[in-house]
Design a protein around this ligand. Structure first.
Ligand SMILES: NC(=O)c1ccc[n+]([C@@H]2O[C@H](COP(=O)([O-])OP(=O)(O)OC[C@H]3O[C@@H](n4cnc5c(N)ncnc54)[C@H](O)[C@@H]3O)[C@@H](O)[C@H]2O)c1
Length: 249
């Protein structure tokens, strides 16, 4: 078991990539703190029940908004109250609110930056004190291909994910001397609720740009997260692992 008794916070754990990371990590012996918004409370409870039955996982479900520092501090406090320490943080929560820059509303810029970028800052800030004290920890940030190459209609999302990569490199440097490793995964197009919103024409156009000619599966990302969370990657920090079917080389 690669994560036996490790304590892991996963944000945005109710759906898609976050749910799959929680499941694969639990199957490797981890204790899971699954965090998501209030409207997903039932999905979180179902996930928690499933992990308990399948893997005998110790779980904590927590609700809140990563965009609010107070919620992230509360999440960390609850996690420490239950498990005493936190080994790994996976910053996975994310949203899209797409439009061309000319038409994009200020509120849609603000909300995507608040969740995708400030949310990562908030969670790292909240968890860092206890990790720095223990001189131990892993942080995995879910960025995006769009943050590396840009995408028309996603200026808010691209800026947020480019910022996540910059946070990753900066925190890797800030925390290295305390044995805290910080890396990012940069997915291409993965089959989840987020990409279900694309029209059939958009999906066809994107497929033409992917050398492997298919969208990725959530498990493709979760397996990479497992590698970055495990002892197999103990000399890797500040890196961006691109998982995109060859779309950006
Ligand atoms: N699916 C893709 O093709 C793709 C590609 C690149 C990057 N990503 C990134 O992967 C991550 C997971 O995306 P997904 O595709 O699984 O999407 P998803 O919509 O299926 O899941 C995202 C989860 O984040 C949660 N969330 C949203 N806002 C939140 C908030 N303020 N506080 C707490 N939780 C919140 C949602 O409720 C949801 O459960 C995101 O960061 C996304 O940007 C996805």
């Amino acid at each position: 078991m690669k994560l036996k008794d490790k304590v892991i916070i996963i944000t945005g754990a109710a759906n898609g990539i976050g749910k799959e990371i929680a499941t694969i990590f639990a199957s490797e012996g981890a204790n899971i703190i699954a965090f998501d918004t209030e409207k997903n409370i039932n999905l979180l409870k179902n996930l928690s029940d499933e992990l308990k039955v399948k893997y005998n996982t110790k779980t904590l479900t927590a609700i809140g908004d990563v965009a609010k520092l107070v919620d992230c501090n509360e999440l960390v406090q609850k996690s420490l109250d239950k498990f005493s320490s936190i080994d790994i943080l996976v910053n996975n929560a994310g949203i899209t609110k797409d439009n061309l820059i000319l038409k994009m509303k200020e509120v849609d810029w603000d909300s995507v930056i608040s969740v995708n970028l400030k949310g990562v800052f908030n969670c790292i800030k909240a968890v860092s004190k206890s990790m720095l004290k223990r001189k131990h920890g892993r942080i995995i940030n879910i960025a995006s291909l769009v943050g590396q190459i840009g995408n028309p209609g996603q200026v808010n999302y691209a800026a947020s994910k480019g910022g996540v990569i910059a946070i990753t490199k900066t925190c890797a440097k800030e925390f290295a001397s305390r044995n805290i490793l910080v890396n990012a995964i940069s997915p291409g197009f993965i089959k989840t609720n987020m990409t279900n919103k694309l029209t059939d024409q958009q999906k066809k156009d994107i497929l033409l740009q992917i050398p492997l000619s298919k969208f990725g599966e959530v498990t493709d990302i979760a397996k990479a997260a497992l590698f970055l969370a495990s002892d197999d990657s103990s000399y890797i920090t500040g890196q961006v692992l691109s998982i995109n079917g060859g779309m950006y080389l």
